[in-house]
Design a protein around this ligand. Structure first.
Ligand SMILES: CCNC(=O)c1c(-c2ccccc2)csc1NC(=O)CNCCc1c[nH]c2ccccc12
Length: 326
């Protein structure tokens, strides 16, 4: 049975985390994304003008799936599209001998401009994979039957290398016990329900955060508008139309955000929420907590996930998420 681990290296401001992946004879840095289900990469089929500075998948090692294609658009209006190959994919020693690899023939500028990232490796449920005419499986679903345990874990860190594991739980990566919560995979996401919250030291958790997804592919923590408002009222932040979100002082006094999941309280340090100066050198930071307006659910992105050890587990049949303090 297979198991393995791979580094997750943070970009500036932890905007995304990149991991080394071998596809055929190509070595690429991919953004592991539990919020989508396509494995796509810059390739020899990507126009040279769109792939400057990127490593590319050389599809000559793969077997083209004739007549298959893919096209994905994310909520931030970025996206990509292209053709599909079956090829060998290796992540941290775990091998998928015939994995659907989506070679990009067109890519939006936000991905072309981010030269650290050579593509995405989707880890959401395969039910939202975009390949037509026949939907393909994610890397995790492809290797799942061969894994020692049908699970993967995510240990992201602020400003430091973290890791993903496949097939085993690294008990040295967390403290205390793991709290498991049920996952509703009906929309293709790792969706769970978060409970009450509090800001700073006041432990009177109030309200209920509600339906949320665990999403390594999204940088920030998107919460109900009322929760975001309550946080910034305590943090001395404000909604800045020009910035398109809440901002707050970078001065290191941002209060922690506490949220109950499965009856256990998890703490997002205030230092994670003073996310990044709005312009370099500014004393005003863009907030790591934003309102989920227009999304329809909460997104527990990297700002939250780097505060915990997360276990994405289908070993019990029904999918579940495990969280532990790190
Ligand atoms: C901001 C990216 N996140 C989203 O759009 C998103 C939304 C979403 C939907 C509507 C409006 C805003 C967000 C729901 S689930 C969800 N999560 C994903 O879509 C996960 N994949 C993100 C891939 C991605 C999009 N833009 C990037 C820029 C850098 C690195 C990764 C990315």
């Amino acid at each position: 049975a297979q198991s393995g681990t791979v580094a997750a290296d943070p970009q500036q401001y932890d905007q995304a985390y990149l991991s080394p992946v071998t596809i055929g004879n190509s070595q690429l840095m991919l953004d592991f994304d539990t919020g989508s289900a396509d494995l796509w990469a810059f390739s020899n089929e990507t126009p040279a003008s769109e792939s400057v500075g990127h490593a590319k998948y050389d599809s000559s090692t793969g077997t083209e799936l004739q007549g298959y294609s893919w096209s994905i658009t994310y909520g931030d209006q970025s996206g990509a599209a292209g053709n599909v190959y079956a090829d060998k994919v290796v992540v941290g020693g775990v091998t998928a001998t015939k994995q659907a690899v989506e070679a990009a023939t067109s890519i939006s500028t936000s991905f072309s401009d981010n030269t650290d990232s050579d593509g995405l490796l989707g880890l959401a449920f395969s039910s939202i994979n975009t390949v037509t005419p026949k939907q393909q499986t994610t890397f995790f679903d492809t290797v799942k039957p061969t894994l020692a345990k049908a699970l993967f874990t995510c240990d992201l860190k602020q400003g430091n290398a973290g890791s993903y594991t496949f097939g085993y739980i690294d008990t040295s990566k967390y403290t205390g016990s793991v709290t498991y919560v049920p996952v509703d995979d009906s929309q293709g996401f790792w969706s769970f329900t978060a409970g009450g919250y509090s800001v700073g030291s006041d432990n009177a958790t109030s309200g209920s955060v509600g339906v949320s997804i665990a999403d390594t592919g999204t940088s920030l923590l998107y919460l109900p508008a009322a929760v975001a408002k309550a946080y910034y009222a305590k943090a001395g932040g404000k909604f800045d139309n020009q910035q398109g979100g809440y901002t707050l002082p970078c001065n290191g006094n941002a209060p922690d955000f506490n949220v109950a999941i499965g009856g256990k309280t998890f703490v997002v340090p205030g230092s994670y929420i003073a996310y990044a100066p709005i312009t370099s050198g500014s004393q005003t930071c863009f907030g790591g907590i934003q309102a989920n307006t227009g999304i329809g659910f909460n997104i527990f992105g990297d700002v939250f996930l780097k505060a915990v050890y997360a276990i994405f587990d289908v070993s019990q049949g029904a999918p579940r998420l495990g969280f532990a303090a790190q």
